[in-house]
Design a protein around this ligand. Structure first.
Ligand SMILES: C[S@@+](CC[C@H](N)C(=O)[O-])C[C@H]1O[C@@H](n2cnc3c(N)ncnc32)[C@H](O)[C@@H]1O
Length: 194
């Protein structure tokens, strides 16, 4: 039986994810957005880390990074963000030379209003989560929002849930109050305190 408890949230899961990482993200901190998309999570992270902080963002689609650059430029926070056009499975290499990661966010699936054939997949999502766990600050936090309503979603969700069982992690799983088998699930991950 799984050791990850399932909790029901009355608050939108995207909001829960943002609130939860905030606690781990000091001014001047370092954050990773593993799936930049239209840039809303990147914008939030860039705002939280302030002028002296840094955010590293990944996406495989140029269109996503263009959209994200635009809102970051508009908000005046583009200078503290490095956007990488590429798969987040390259995170391990990309993190060399950066400090430990205070917070990382995964918002999986496809780009809203974009090409639905370009989706995150467990074969690359799990190496990316692994790289982040290895570089996570002692009080660092990772959020993973997995969508199950598209064809590849249930398999990715199940693979991630199975992967997040090791005893050295503290993991919570949240669902919205209208839970059903195709609804999104949010994982909140941190290192177990010794
Ligand atoms: C649901 S969207 C992200 C939403 C975004 N966080 C926001 O705030 O707008 C998922 C994104 O993951 C990207 N993606 C898919 N596979 C990827 C991969 N292997 N590495 C990095 N990004 C990937 C897609 O291109 C898409 O833009």
């Amino acid at each position: 039986m799984s050791s990850i408890p399932l909790e029901v949230s009355q608050v939108r899961l995207t909001r829960v994810a943002a609130n939860w990482v905030t606690t781990a993200l000091p001014e001047g901190g370092f954050a990773v957005d593993a799936t930049v998309g239209n840039g809303y999570d990147t914008l939030f992270l860039a705002d939280r880390v302030g002028k002296s902080g840094r955010v590293l963002g990944f996406d495989v689609q140029k269109m996503a990074l263009n959209n994200a650059s635009e809102i970051l430029r508009f908000a005046g926070t583009l200078d503290r963000v490095r956007l990488i056009l590429g798969c987040h499975s390259g995170l391990g290499r990309a993190l060399i030379g950066y400090p430990q990661v205070d917070a990382a966010m995964f918002n999986l699936g496809y780009l809203p209003r974009g090409d639905r054939r370009i989706v995150t997949r467990p074969s690359t999502t799990i190496p990316a989560i692994t790289a982040l766990i290895e570089r996570l600050a002692p009080n660092g936090r990772i959020t993973i929002l997995a969508y199950r309503g598209h064809p590849e979603g249930p398999e990715e969700y199940a693979a991630i849930r199975g992967f997040l069982e090791p005893p050295d992690l503290e993991v919570r799983e949240l669902t919205g109050d209208a839970d059903n088998e195709l609804g999104p699930r949010l994982f909140l991950v941190k290192l177990a305190q010794t």
